[in-house]
Design a protein. Structure first.
Length: 217
């Protein structure tokens, strides 16, 4: 997912979709696209779990200045949400959707001309406000892998905006990631049978599972 975020940001900043469309249509707009470099820009990451941390590493390796916000303050580069949103040249959203994070990112509060990359969930970003910010030219572009309604409805205004890169919720879908997922499931099943610690528990289930009779034998 972090690779998708980096690729999406590069696609937006270098105007690759517009360049491709222009050349296919017979054009050669070398001076009209307005591309810009990511290196040296400020990248803000909303969410600092494993994906957010990998985003910070990848963008940092490209020469970007990276700050981040997460609900539990931690890590070098942490800053208040308002500051991250308002100052980032590229805002990368990779935080989980919950009642607390629904509508968390208001595109109208972003820096003018900034780019938005959302690989979290559609509800984290105010999608109606995003369409308005893009239509009015407040934002320079957006790359979206997630939407309020999926698949994206045929009449959704985002479809008509050439400054938006649309992706069908596949940022984390690769043969490699699928293999890691299967390996994790098998590992946890094995751990459960052997009454060892289960990894990545996200609810109130115990980290160890005992047999039905409670004997553990």
């Amino acid at each position: 997912m972090a690779e998708w975020c980096l690729g999406a940001a590069l696609t937006l900043s270098r105007r690759l979709v517009a360049a491709d469309a222009a050349v296919r249509a017979g054009g050669w707009p070398q001076l009209d696209l307005g591309p810009r470099e990511l290196s040296g820009s400020h990248v803000g990451v909303v969410g600092y779990g494993p994906i957010g941390q990998e985003c910070a590493r990848l963008f940092g390796a490209l020469g970007c200045r990276v700050s981040h916000w997460t609900r539990t303050p931690r890590g070098e580069g942490y800053a208040p949400l308002e500051e991250v949103v308002a100052t980032a040249d590229v805002l990368v959203v990779v935080i989980a959707l919950s009642d607390e994070t629904r509508g968390l990112v208001d595109p109208a509060r972003m820096k003018k001309g900034a780019l938005l990359v959302n690989a979290a969930r559609g509800g984290v970003v105010d999608q109606r406000a995003l369409a308005a910010a893009l239509r009015e030219g407040h934002l320079g572009g957006a790359a979206l892998d997630v939407f309020d309604t999926e698949p994206l409805p045929p009449d959704d205004p985002l479809r008509d905006l050439t400054s938006v890169l649309l992706s069908p919720h596949v940022a984390g879908v690769t043969p490699q990631s699928t293999g890691r997922l299967v390996a994790s499931v098998v590992g946890n099943l094995t751990a459960a049978v052997e009454e060892k610690k289960i990894e990545n528990v996200v609810n109130d289930a115990p980290a160890r599972i005992r047999r039905r009779d409670g004997s553990g034998k």
